[in-house]
Structure formats: C-alpha cells, structure tokens
Design a binder for this molecule. Structure first.
Ligand code: CUA
Length: 316
C-alpha cells in the first residue's frame, strides 16, 4: 500500500509542480478531450487483474469448502471453544483432549465446531481457513449454531493454531497446536489415551494425587475417556502437552514443571481475565495450597502422560 501510495503521490507532486501556472503566463494549455487508447488500457488492466484474482479465489474457496461429513472414512472431531482454551472431542473414538489436536496424516477430517461462551474462531493458517465457533444452545436435543468444516493435513508435523475472533482480554493467548501423525502412530496414540491414568509411585506424587482429588477433580478429568462432562480442560496427557495452558513453555521436564506451577499459582497473571464472570473459572491456588502441596501436585500432574509423545519438530 505504501509503495503504491508513494508512486501516486510522487507523480501527483511532479505534475503539480511542472504544469503549474507560471507568473505572467496567461496562455491556455492544450485541451485534451478523451483518448480511446488510454481508456482501453485503464479498463483492460484492472479487468485482467480482477479476472486472475477471481479464478484463484474461486478455486481456493471450492477446494477449502470440501465437506466430508457424509464420508464414512472421515475422522469426526468436535472442536469446542472456551474462554481461553480449546477442547477437542473424538465422538467415534470415545476420547477427549484439549489444546493439542492430534490427527492422522492424509485422513479427511470432518469437524463440528461450537463455543460455550462467546464467538471464537478456529484458525490453523498452514492447514485450513478460519471458521467461527458460535455459542451453541441445545434446542430439542440438537445443537444449534454449530458450524461444520472439513480439512486434511498433507504432511506430518506440528502446526500452530490461533483464535481469530476477538473474544476477550486473553484472545491473543488462545493458542493451540495440531499434531499430525502417521496413521498407525495416531492409532497408537488413541489406544494410549484410552488407558487408565498412571498411578503415583512415590509418596510425593501420591500426596499430589490427594491434593488433585480435593482441589482439581471437580473441573478436570485425568482420563481421556472420562464420561463426566467436566468444565475444565481434560488433563489426560498434560505431561505430553506441547505447551502448558497454550502459551507457557514445556520443552523439558524442569520447564514443564515450572510452567505448571506458574499456571496453577496464578492463572490470571498468565492469561488476563481468565476468570471473566460467566465463564468457567480456574482460580489462583497461590494462597490456597502450601508451596509443598503445590510441588506435590505438579509432581503428580507430570506423571499424566501417554507413551506416544508429540514430534519434537518446530511448529509451523
Ligand atoms: Cu477465542 Cu479469540
């Protein structure tokens, strides 16, 4: 834009200065009335540009508007947006996860998408266009306002996802990842997610389990197959998540533990107005739990991992 504007302003300035009325010069300049050649050129060029753009746009739009909802081979997922996190359900596989969406490479994905609070937008720039997640009221047992979209991933890897609709103070922090695995590895991941939650083997982690049961379990499930519709993110593979709460680093164990602790102590300091009234509230535990109890809780959460870890590749 600035490039085009610069050229236009420059030419305008040249014309204004060069052809201005000079002192004492009262002659009338040469009068021009219409030019068929010029008019043809300045009509033809925009028509050409718009035609090319239209062809590209229509082709891309149709390729993105693929609908696999009737395809029995497509993998069905449900994407549920919350202030400020993402829930992913696999209705045919009986598992639920959050923040990291795992899908098999090359497989058609048929997604249904809604929100539990305000309008969000699901966006993975490298894989698919944006799709709004609307608050979906249940009417007559049917979800209204759910959007459908289909997509697939052509390559294995980790892809960045973002919320693309202003949804509150932490909108910019509402990130997620899409983990694309080879199909057999995806299937192993599904089986691993169906296993019962690992039991603590140290007394420290066992104490953490007690703390979890007292403080966290009302909102968070530890098993991906948990039938209760708990309001907070499912934590089945929190020990494998690529980030904590979508934004805190989890590169190695020490970093993951530090991020978990930071999040549990004061979630609002990480995601402003994470406890906006009317939404599910993740309360700060800094004053509720002793530093020792927090350590034990983090120790226990670190155990919650499945043996199919996401690839170490950098996210695209
Ligand atoms: Cu959710 Cu922006």
């Amino acid at each position: 834009m600035f490039g085009v504007m610069g050229v236009v302003i420059f030419l305008l300035a040249v014309v204004l200065i060069r052809f201005r009325a000079k002192p004492g010069d009262r002659t009338i300049p040469k009068q021009v009335e219409g030019s068929n050649l010029l008019e043809f050129i300045w009509t033809a060029i925009p028509v050409l540009i718009i035609t090319v753009l239209s062809i590209l746009t229509v082709r891309l739009t149709f390729s993105m508007a693929q609908d696999h909802s009737d395809d029995p081979n497509a993998l069905k997922i449900q994407v549920i947006a919350h202030q400020y996190w993402w829930e992913f359900r696999y209705p045919d596989l009986g598992i639920v996860t959050a923040q990291d969406l795992y899908i098999p490479v090359g497989k058609k994905i048929s997604a249904e998408l809604w929100s539990t609070d305000v309008i969000h937008s699901f966006w993975v720039p490298a894989l698919t266009g944006k799709m709004d997640a609307n608050p979906g009221a249940l009417l007559d047992g049917k979800r209204q306002n759910a959007n459908r979209f289909s997509f697939d991933a052509e390559t294995v890897g980790v892809f960045l996802g973002k919320c693309a609709e202003l949804c509150g103070p932490s909108h910019a922090l509402m990130e997620f990842k899409v983990v694309v695995l080879p199909e057999d590895e995806f299937n192993r991941w599904v089986e691993a997610m169906k296993k019962p939650a690992p039991k603590p083997e140290t007394t420290k982690a066992a104490a953490g389990e007690q703390t979890f049961q007292k403080n966290c379990m009302a909102c968070h499930a530890l098993e991906a197959t948990d039938p209760a519709n708990r309001p907070g993110p499912n934590l089945a593979n929190i020990g494998n998540r690529l980030t904590i709460a979508g934004v805190l680093p989890a590169g190695d164990d020490a970093e993951r533990a530090a991020s978990l602790r930071r999040w549990i102590e004061a979630p609002n300091a990480v995601k402003p107005q994470n406890d906006v009234p009317g939404t599910v509230i993740m309360p700060p535990f800094k004053d509720k739990l002793s530093p020792e109890a927090l350590d034990q809780l983090v120790d226990f959460l670190m155990l919650q991992k499945v043996d199919v870890a996401p690839p170490k590749a950098a996210a695209r």
